[in-house]
Design a protein around this ligand. Structure first.
Ligand SMILES: O=C(O)c1cc(=O)[nH]c(=O)n1[C@@H]1O[C@H](COP(=O)(O)O)[C@@H](O)[C@H]1O
Length: 227
């Protein structure tokens, strides 16, 4: 992992726009996250085109969630991209998570999304989970750890508690908003500096950088807040 823990989420559907954003913010971030919006538009070839000539690590955020055989096959298909970090959903269960870890390249950190940061306790209650986001994130972190994964994705509100029970895990934390910035569809948010202080290993930040009038300046300001 690079010293700068910020992975910028490049959630756009256009190759030229993605490359321009990456070029602008690269000096101020530690890695590039490309996810479903871009991947569904351009596939592996598009990912390779954006990362061409970049030294920064690739976080491929596809949140895979299917039966073990299908997830393993998908991960084998992604091998040419050699991602540094790859996401799966912890709710896929032990066998799926173990199959994902076994299928990934040795250097790829496979991390499991616990409870999406766009959900709150009410959303979980509607799905039959009565004891809230914190308890659910901790349970799913336990499933991920038992399956041999490298870490989890969780909100900044859970990271300290989960880390206390898994000291060598990689804790990827989205739902980050510099003070005063638009929360949008995120429900469990915190500032990047507070999340870092609580133990986040990777700070995922998208729109506060990519939707800013000056993305490079926004990324630089966030990096300065973390120094
Ligand atoms: O796996 C993720 O990265 C992820 C998990 C999660 O629970 N919440 C979440 O927002 N993300 C991703 O983190 C990024 C957050 O983007 P912004 O809300 O624009 O900062 C998006 O690319 C999401 O897909």
């Amino acid at each position: 992992m690079t010293a700068n823990r910020v992975f910028v989420a490049i959630d756009v559907a256009d190759v030229v726009a993605a490359r321009a954003l990456v070029a602008a913010v690269a000096p101020h971030v530690g890695g590039i996250k490309l996810g479903l919006e871009f991947f569904c538009a351009h596939g592996p070839a598009g990912i390779a085109a954006v990362m061409a000539g970049q030294d920064l690590p690739l976080f491929l955020d596809l949140k895979l969630h299917d039966i073990p055989n299908t997830v393993a096959g998908a991960i084998h298909s992604l091998a040419p991209l050699a991602p540094s970090i790859l996401t799966v959903h912890a709710a896929g269960g032990h066998a799926m998570l173990a199959a994902a870890r076994a299928a990934a390249l040795p250097h790829t950190r496979v991390v499991a999304v616990t409870v999406l940061t766009s959900l709150d306790d009410g959303d979980l209650l509607a799905a039959g989970v009565a004891d809230g986001t914190g308890a659910q994130a901790q349970r799913l972190a336990g499933v991920a750890r038992a399956a041999g994964l490298d870490g989890i994705v969780c909100s900044p509100h859970e990271v300290a508690a989960v880390k206390a029970a898994w000291d060598d895990g990689l804790f990827v934390v989205p739902g980050l908003r510099p003070a005063g910035s638009d929360v949008g569809d995120q429900k469990r948010v915190m500032t990047p500096a507070d999340a870092q202080a609580l133990g986040a290993g990777v700070l995922v930040i998208g729109r506060p950088i990519t939707a800013a009038a000056d993305p490079a300046a926004a990324a630089a300001a966030i990096a300065a807040s973390l120094a």
